[in-house]
Design a protein around this ligand. Structure first.
Ligand SMILES: *Cc1c(COP(=O)(O)O)cnc(C)c1O
Length: 452
């Protein structure tokens, strides 16, 4: 079979390499071995030798990771919890696990309703748009250069529903919502939903003010808290459901530090039927009960450790911002203390832009990502000026504010001093190798408690 004319969205050279690897394998068992070898290579590098500073990534506790491989994940359990609601018999223990998860989510997010069956926050947002809008409806959301996410734009779940999307106005200097302009535009547009989902997120949003502005025509404010869910659960950010948001969506695998998947939280009983019917039977059938079990334990970890863990994440971001700036790497929002989240945004235009900088830092085992920042134009999409740096994993490894200078120094050696990445890579590896224990969980307790 010749594949020469096959259209691929993936990098064709990487796929061609995979075909060559499979062709060279000694049969199917050898092919399986190649898969496992690749997984192990990632663990060896990203798992043990890198400083992972990707903002949407979090390490899970050993128990959460173990549960992802549990027997319960091989069972079929579609539908809502309960004997009559399920299609299948034999699900009584699955009902126990899932109901524990739902009740733990309600506790940790201090809300009346929660759903646990979303395979990703993208699916949660799809459920939301399926449930709450019709084609032609108007919604207002944040554009990407200000931190918005494709979920709420034409190219994502929102777009599939045929809605009209209008941008929420931001002040490019302060990165805040321009409330006056928003009020004027919202009154003209009268959006059914305002959905604020910030992937670049440094400070709380004016949820109360925006909710009040759209209240006269019963517009609903939705907080897509994919990134901020852990900070919200730990009480270290704003509390959107208490400030006027009708629905809070979240990723379980970002600051929440659980298994990668989605969560949906709300208080209004009128939303229960539309939202849950968009989840089942529209977007989820079997929904990975192993993941649900892992999510439930992650929620319990948040109840016990969330406050201190999330507070340390924020302190570390602020310390990292300051340490980077002191070393000649410009950081956004210096005048506001850099951040009240797990993120620090550097402007690396003068070092070659976000794409090249992120790849160069990765050669030194420092993992970050390129990011659009205000001032970038649509044609800068692939090569934006920003670099997004996250402090979730280094915090869970037990690092504190004082340690952030070490990380900033590694970055400055690559970017400012121009040292060869191979030299910095050796030092990053030596720094990370003794740090292999994730804290703020029932396995290892507080930083410093368990042996490395
Ligand atoms: C990451 C992100 C999502 C998607 O979350 P997944 O859990 O990866 O599906 C949705 N909205 C926003 C604002 C995000 O940053």
């Amino acid at each position: 079979m010749t594949l020469d004319n096959q259209f691929e969205v993936h990098d064709p050279a990487i796929l061609a390499n995979a075909r060559a690897v499979l062709d060279a394998a000694s049969g199917p068992a050898g092919m399986a071995k190649e898969v496992i070898t690749a997984v192990n290579r990632n663990d060896h590098w990203r798992g043990q030798r890198c400083l992972n500073l990707l903002a949407p990534e979090a390490p899970t506790s050993p128990t959460v990771r173990r549960l992802l491989a549990s027997e319960i994940g091989t069972r079929a359990a579609e539908g809502h919890i309960g004997r009559v609601n399920r299609w299948f018999a034999g699900t009584q223990y699955i009902d126990e696990v899932e109901s524990l998860c739902v009740e733990l989510l309600k506790k940790v997010f201090r809300c009346n309703y929660a759903d646990h069956r979303l395979m990703g926050s993208m699916i949660g947002n799809m459920a939301l748009y399926h449930a709450l809008v019709q084609p032609g409806d108007r919604v207002m959301t944040a554009a990407q250069p200000f931190g918005g996410h494709s979920s709420n734009r034409y190219d994502g779940p929102a777009g599939t529903r045929g809605v009209q999307i209008f941008d929420v106005a931001f002040n490019p200097e302060t990165l805040d919502v321009d409330l006056d302009k928003f009020e004027e535009e919202a009154q003209r547009i009268q959006p059914k939903l305002v959905v604020m989902g910030m992937s670049m997120t440094l400070f709380p949003l004016p949820v109360r003010e925006m909710s009040e502005i759209i209240a006269p025509w019963n517009g609903r404010f939705i907080f897509d808290g994919a990134h901020q869910a852990g900070l919200i659960a730990g009480g270290q950010f704003q509390d959107p459901l208490r400030e006027g948001a009708a629905v809070l969506t979240g990723s379980a695998g970002k600051t929440f530090s659980g298994p990668q998947s989605g969560m949906l939280m709300w208080n209004d009983p009128e939303l229960t039927e539309p939202l849950t019917e968009a989840i089942f039977p529209v977007l989820a059938a079997t929904h990975q009960v192993n993941r649900v079990a892992a999510l439930a334990v992650a929620a319990a970890e948040m109840l016990e450790y969330g406050k201190a863990y999330m507070a340390q994440i924020v302190k570390n971001s602020q310390a990292l911002g300051k340490a980077l700036e002191e070393r000649g790497i410009p950081v956004l929002a210096a005048e506001r203390g850099y951040s009240q989240t797990h993120q620090v945004i550097a402007n690396v235009r003068s070092f070659g832009g976000g794409l090249d900088v992120a790849h160069k830092l990765a050669e030194a085992n420092l993992i970050t990502n390129k990011n659009l920042i205000p001032g970038d134009k649509p044609e800068d999409w692939d090569r934006p000026s920003g670099l997004r740096i996250g402090t979730i994993e280094v915090t869970r490894l037990g690092l504190m504010e004082d340690d952030m200078a070490d990380i900033a120094e590694f970055m400055a050696r690559v970017l400012v001093k121009g040292e060869p990445t191979s030299a910095v890579q050796k030092d990053v590896e030596a720094y990370r190798l003794p740090l292999q224990t994730f804290y703020y969980n029932f396995d290892n307790g507080w930083p410093g408690e368990a042996g490395h």
